[in-house]
Design a protein around this ligand. Structure first.
Ligand SMILES: Nc1ncnc2c1ncn2[C@@H]1O[C@H](COP(=O)(O)OP(=O)(O)OP(=O)(O)O)[C@@H](O)[C@H]1O
Length: 307
């Protein structure tokens, strides 16, 4: 049994002529210990979908099961095993960080020690500070400490690292990986594509309420070309560059820099370097990179739905 099962879910706002379908027939599953990341431009329908899975709003049609239960009708059972980190959490500003965590721990059946939660989110040194005095990033870390305090089987993370410095972001990713190793299933929404590349077992790209691509990062990125760019001081003719093996599309010149796309990075790069070696041409600013999730994201947005 999947931990999260979403079957043909639709969510429509308003009625009649004003009706607007924000989620339009989405189906997917999340297995135990798996992290699935939902990606999409602003307004794609991510929050509208995740709210339904969290049991915060009903679907207009379709079914959702979390740990085999309906997240609205069997809310008590589902909530007991779920951690939710929303974009904006409402904390009592006058409580300290530690008091906030202790109060929350008191409501949970399987809470980790508060000291451990502080340590894992790097908040030990802020334990006695009132919540209203925390910086934005520290507040975000407190959100994460609260969401993971009960060792949940299912964890919802909505933009968990927005506003975090690079070191705190790494710590957050470590904590998420630790939860995954412990068997927690995670549903992550993020605009930070490197975060999805780092953490996601599978990604789900949404556009206009529909899923337009899904699979592992490697699968979603596979259709995109690799990119090689360099400066050659005009020694190579665009035609001969275009004829290198596995080059696809036109050769582009951007501010004196040549950019080529390849569907086999190793083959094209080897041939390019051989040609330069034979003719004693030195390339400056040489850069070669495989396709990124960001490239796939930009290419896939506005494409017709596949699921
Ligand atoms: N209460 C509402 N009433 C009417 N339309 C809504 C409502 N909430 C959201 N929408 C619309 O539904 C669409 C999807 O919104 P949603 O917030 O789910 O997108 P999102 O992918 O989470 O965007 P973002 O990345 O900006 O958070 C948007 O066009 C939005 O304007």
């Amino acid at each position: 049994m999947s931990v999260i099962e979403v079957l043909d879910v639709k969510r429509t706002y308003g009625k009649g002529r004003d009706a607007f379908t924000a989620v339009d027939g989405v189906t997917f599953q999340v297995q135990a210990g798996e992290l699935v990341s939902i990606l999409g431009v602003n307004g794609a329908g991510k929050t509208s979908l995740v709210e339904v899975i969290e049991g915060l709003a009903p679907a207009s049609s379709g079914t959702v099961r979390v740990l085999g239960s309906d997240p609205i009708r069997q809310r008590a059972h589902v909530r007991q095993h779920t951690g939710i980190m929303l974009q904006e959490a409402g904390f009592a500003g006058d409580l300290t960080v530690e008091e906030t965590l202790r109060m929350w721990a008191g409501t949970l059946t399987n809470a980790r020690p508060v000291d451990e939660a502080l340590e894992l989110t790097d908040l030990t040194y802020r334990a006695n500070v009132r919540v209203k005095a925390l910086s934005g990033g520290e507040r975000r870390r407190l959100d994460l400490a609260m969401a993971t305090l009960g060792n949940p089987q299912v964890l919802f993370l909505d933009e968990p690292t927005t506003g975090l410095d690079p070191a705190s972001r790494q710590r957050t990713w470590e904590l998420v990986r630790m939860m995954l190793r412990g068997g927690t299933s995670v549903l992550l929404t993020t605009h930070y594509l490197e975060e999805a590349e780092e953490l996601a077992d599978r990604v789900l790209m949404m556009s206009s309420g529909k899923v337009v691509a899904s699979g592992t990062v490697a699968e979603v990125v596979a259709a995109q070309p690799s990119i090689i760019s360099f400066t050659d001081d005009g020694k190579l003719h665009p035609n001969e560059v275009e004829l290198l093996p596995s080059v696809i599309g036109d050769v582009r010149e951007i501010r004196g820099k040549i950019e080529i796309h390849s569907d086999d990075l190793q083959v094209t790069l080897t041939a390019l370097l051989k040609m330069c070696e034979d003719r004693d041409i030195s390339l400056s600013d040489l850069n070669a990179r495989s396709a990124s999730l960001e490239q796939a994201f930009l290419a896939l947005d506005n494409q017709p739905a596949v699921a």
